[in-house]
Design a protein around this ligand. Sequence first.
Ligand code: SF4
Length: 240
Amino acid sequence: MKARKKPNEALDRILSIYPRRWTPNREDPFKALIRTILSQNTNWRNEDKAYRRLEEAISVTPNTISAASFTDIADAIHPAGMYNQRSTIIKEVTKKVLALYDGDLTQVLSKPYPEAREELMKLPGVGKKTADVVLLFNAGKLVLPVDRHIARISKRLGLVPSNADYDTIRLTIEGGTAPENYMDAHIKLIQFGRDVCRAIKPRCGICPISDLCSFPTEAVRNKKSPNETESSLKRRKRAE
Ligand code: SF4
C-alpha cells in the first residue's frame, strides 16, 4: 500500500501564512446552526447576505422562525440559492429543536463530542460537517470540520486517497496539528483554498507548499498553474 504523506509540515506552513489567530465566537447555537445550513453549497458572501436578511426580516430564534411563513423565509434567504429547499429544512429543523429541546440547543452542546455530534445529526439538514462546525465554534469541542476546500487540498497534497471520506480526511488533518489549533487550521485552510489552491486554476506557481504537493508536478516544477501550462501547450501546438 502506498505510504501517505504526513500533514504536519503543510499545515504548519499554511498556518504561518495568515497571521490572525481565531478564537471561538460562542454565538447562540441555534443561530449558528441556521447560518451553517445556509452555508452549505454556497460561498461565504451569499451565505452572509442571506443570514443578515433573515435576521432583519424575521430574526433568527426558534420562535420567530416557527411563526414565520415558508415564503417569507425563502424570500429572505434568496441570496444563498436553493431557497425553497433551504426554507423547508429551516422550518423542519426549527420544529425539531422546539419539540426536542424547547428551543435550547445548549443542552446538546454540553454533551461529549461523539454524543453531541450524533444527536445534532438527527436534526434535518445536519450532516457531519454542519454538526462539527457548530461543535467547534459554539461548544469549543476539539474537532476540525472538513469543508470542500479542505477536502480538495488534502487530496491534492496526497495526504488522503482521492476517494477518502469525510472522517478519514478529518482524522488525518487533525493528526497534523495540536488540538488548540483546530479552529485556526479550519479557517486558514479554507482561506488557502480560496486564495491559492482554488478548485479551478489552482495557483501552483505561487504556492508555498508546492514542494510538498502530489498534484500537477510538472506545472509545479515549472512554477506555472496547470491551466496556464495546458493553455501554453495548446498555443505551442497550434503554432507548430
Ligand atoms: S501546488 Fe497547487 S495543487 Fe498543490 S497545494 Fe499548492 S496550489 Fe494546491
